[in-house]
Ligand binder design. Sequence first.
Ligand SMILES: [Mn+2]
Length: 331
Amino acid sequence: MSISEQDWQAAVDAIAEAEVAVISCHVHPDGDALGSALALHRALANAGREALVSFSEPFVVAPHYRFLAGLDRLVPPDQVPEHADLFLCFDAGSLDRLGSLVDAFQGAARTVVVDHHASNTRFGDVNLIDAASPASAVLCRELLRRLGLPLDTEIATALYTGLVTDTGRFQYQATTPETHQLAAELLAAGVQQYEVAKAVFETNDIGYLRLVADALGRITQVPEASLVWTRVDLADLAAHGVDMDETEGLIDLVRTDGSSDVAAVLKQQPEGGYKVSLRSKGATDVGRLATSFGGGGHKYAAGYSTDLDAEAVVAALVAELTGAPANAPVG
Ligand SMILES: [Mn+2]
C-alpha cells in the first residue's frame, strides 16, 4: 500500500492553506508518534507558520522521551481549538486513538491522517497511509521534503527518535536500505545518536527493573499455540512505583523466547480489563489477530484492549492461534 501523488499533493495543499494547523498523534505517544508531531511542528514554526502541537489526556510524556527538545511547545489538549482549519495526526490507526482529541479532530474543517499501520481505517479527509513504511517518521520526512521545509538538528533528532524506536534499532522486518539512508541523512543533520540511544534504550529506573523481574518471573509458554506471555498488573506498578507507560519495552524481552512465534504482554487497566501487546517473529500476522479482537497494528506488532480477565484473554488468544474453541483447556 503506497501513497498516491494525488494524496501527497492534497496533504501539502491542506497544510499550505491552513491558517493554524493542529498537529497531533495517538494517545500515550511513543517515540514515533511524538517525534513526528514535534518534527512537523518545529519545521512549520521555523518557516514562520502558525501551528499548534498537542496530544490526548493523560497529557504526560513518557520518561524515555523527555530528552526531546521542544516539549515546552506542547499545548494541553483542552487548549486545542474545537474548529481548527486543519487537524493533522501521526501514527494513529483509528479515530479513537486520538483519545480526548477526537472531538477536536471531528470539529476541524480539514483532516490529514499520516500513518503506517496496516489496520488504519483511513479516517481523515486526506490519508497518507503506507503500511510498508517502518515508521510514521519516514512519512513525516517525505512530507517535509514536499513542503520544502528544511531539517534542523531538533527536527532531525525528533525524526530519528521515531525511526530508531519503531524499527527496534534498525532490526525489525520493515527496515530497508532506504531506512538506513534516512538515518544517515538525519545524523548528517546533527543528531547525536548516542544521546538518543542513551535516553531511549539505556536508561531505566531501578523500580522498572524490579517490575521486569516480577513480570518475567511469571512468564508462561503455551507451546501448542507457539505463544509466550506475561502480564503487568496495577499492583506491580504500585509495588515498584512505575507508570504503565514505562513498560513499553517489556514485550521486547518476552518476544526473545526462542520457542515461541507470538509474544503477548497483558497490561491491566485502571478501568478494568487489559491492554494486550502482541509481537510475532513472522509465522503469525498479529495485526490480523489484534483486529479480530477489536484492535489493530502491523503484521509483526499489534495490540488491542479487552474487558476480559487475564486467564480469559490467554484462552481467547490460544483459541485464535490454534483454531480451537475458546473454552478448550489451556495448557
Ligand atoms: Mn509508528
